[in-house]
Structures are given as structure tokens and as C-alpha cells.
Design a protein around this ligand. Structure first.
Ligand code: AP5
Length: 219
């Protein structure tokens, strides 16, 4: 049975980490709008390059652009049996557009997961996050460090880098954006009975277990 899920939560809540595991386990694509924008920037895509300035400032990209990106991605055949959306929707208009996209293909959103983590922990996690510039594998210098502490385990000549928007001041701006524009979605999904709240603090395996329990599927 397919499972259509969105992962919500403030920056650093662990959406991407848990979405990747859930998608792998269910055999469905993980669709991260942040990753798509960053890939687009690396490939010189004009829409993504226009979004870059906003991303670097910790602001949201406009709804029209994001809805078009997701609409195109969801039209691909690999989403026919489900998907895990990471980082979309982030506003009520985006959530309405997602419902309309799924409605048009006779599907529905099964669950919107809201992950919660205290703010000081979010800032700590993001300050310690590093990624491989070759494969974008994510590490954390405190909790999931590479073997030698500096280079990607899979690309030993690649020194890990910090994401442009992970500086403390930009993280604070991203948090402000989350509370003002994205957090209202929690009530919106609760009203329609699709909200699943998952605590994001604790070991990765424990968080994953809470996630699968909340979704009513096997861990
Ligand atoms: P995006 O890439 O989506 O960033 P974000 O939402 O800020 O989320 P992050 O990727 O920072 O955090 P995460 O929750 O995925 O945590 P992660 O698993 O990596 O968006 C970037 C930008 O793109 C936005 O600011 C915006 O400009 C634009 N954008 C994207 N989508 C948009 C949209 N729909 N509308 C408008 N604009 C959009 O974990 C974080 C760290 O913590 C990692 O180091 C990880 O190893 C560690 N960690 C995870 N879980 C645990 C744990 N349980 N214990 C300890 N450490 C942990």
C-alpha cells in the first residue's frame, strides 16, 4: 500500500534524516525541496539560482516557485506508490496546492508529521552539521562524525563543508520564518485529522520508532 507523507518541523528537527530512512524502508522516493533547490544551484538552474539569495538569508522561497517545482516532481512515475515529502509544504497555500495535486490524481495525503525539538538543541545540531561536497551525505560533528573527523567516509579526499545557511544568525532567521509561516500548518493539518506529532529529541533509532508508530507502520 502506498503512503503519502509530509515531514514538517523547524530547521534541524531531523526531517531529512528521518525522511530518508522512512523512504528507504517503504521503497518510495524522498522528495526534499531544500535538496532540489541546492542541486539546482549546483547545476546552474536559473530558477534555483534566483532562489539562492533568499535561501542564504534564511527566507522562504515564494509559493509559486515551490508549488511548480513540487508539481513537476510529483508528476514523475516513481511517486505513483507513495512519497515522503521533506520541507514541503511550508505555508498554507503550499498545503492547499498539494491537496489539489493529489486530488487531481485520485490520491490523498495520509499524514503530516510534525517533529518537535527544543530551540537550543536545533541551533546546536545545525552548527555541527557538515556535508560532503561530492555526494551531499550529511554528518554531524557531535553526533554522527565521519571516521577521520574531517572527510567524507565515502570520498576520502573531500573535506566536509558547512551549509551556507547554517551560520547561527541565519539559523535564527530560519527559525523565525518557521514560527511565523510554517507552524500555522500544524493546526491546519490537525483540523483535518492528518497531523501526527513526533518528538525529535533522542537517539535516531528511538525517533524513528516513534515516527513509524505514529504512522501505524512497521519500524
Ligand atoms: P531545507 O533544506 O528544507 O532546510 P530546513 O527545513 O531548514 O531543514 P534542515 O535541512 O536544516 O533540517 P532537517 O529538519 O532536515 O534536519 P536534518 O535531518 O538535516 O530548506 C532550506 C531552504 O530552502 C529554506 O530556508 C528555504 O529558503 C528553501 N525552501 C525549501 N523548501 C521550501 C518551501 N517548501 N517553501 C519555501 N522555501 C523553501 O538534521 C539536522 C542535523 O541534526 C544533522 O546534522 C543531523 O545529523 C542531526 N540530527 C538529526 N536527528 C538527530 C537526533 N535525533 N539527535 C541528534 N542529532 C540529530
Amino acid at each position: 500500500m502506498g503512503l503519502n507523507v509530509v515531514m514538517m518541523g523547524p530547521p534541524g528537527a531531523g526531517k531529512g534524516t528521518q525522511a530518508a530512512r522512512l523512504a528507504r524502508q517503504r521503497g518510495v522516493p524522498k522528495i526534499s525541496t531544500g535538496d532540489m533547490l541546492r542541486d539546482g544551484i549546483r547545476d546552474g538552474n536559473s530558477v534555483a539560482l534566483e532562489a539562492k539569495a533568499l535561501m542564504d538569508m534564511g527566507q522562504l522561497v515564494d509559493d509559486r516557485t515551490m508549488i511548480a517545482i513540487v508539481q513537476e516532481r510529483l508528476s514523475r512515475s516513481d511517486t505513483a506508490h507513495g512519497f515522503v515529502l521533506d520541507g514541503f509544504p511550508r505555508t498554507v497555500p503550499q498545503a492547499e496546492a498539494l491537496d489539489a495535486m493529489l486530488d487531481a490524481r485520485g490520491q490523498k495525503l495520509d499524514a503530516a508529521v510534525a517533529m518537535s525539538v527544543p530551540e537550543d538543541e536545533l541551533v546546536r545540531r545545525l552548527s555541527a552539521r557538515r556535508e560532503c561536497p561530492v555526494c551531499q551525505r550529511a554528518y554531524n560533528l557531535e553526533t554522527a562524525a565521519p571516521r577521520d573527523g574531517r572527510h567524507c567516509d565515502d570520498h576520502p579526499s573531500a573535506e566536509l563543508v558547512q551549509r551556507a545557511d547554517d551560520s547561527e544568525s541565519t539559523v535564527r532567521r530560519r527559525l523565525e520564518q518557521y514560527w511565523s509561516k510554517t507552524a500555522p500548518l500544524i493546526g491546519w493539518y490537525r483540523e483535518s485529522g492528518r497531523l501526527r506529532e513526533v518528538p525529535g529529541l533522542g537517539p535516531l533509532d528511538d525517533v524513528y520508532r516513534s515516527l513509524t508508530q505514529a504512522l501505524g507502520c512497521r519500524a
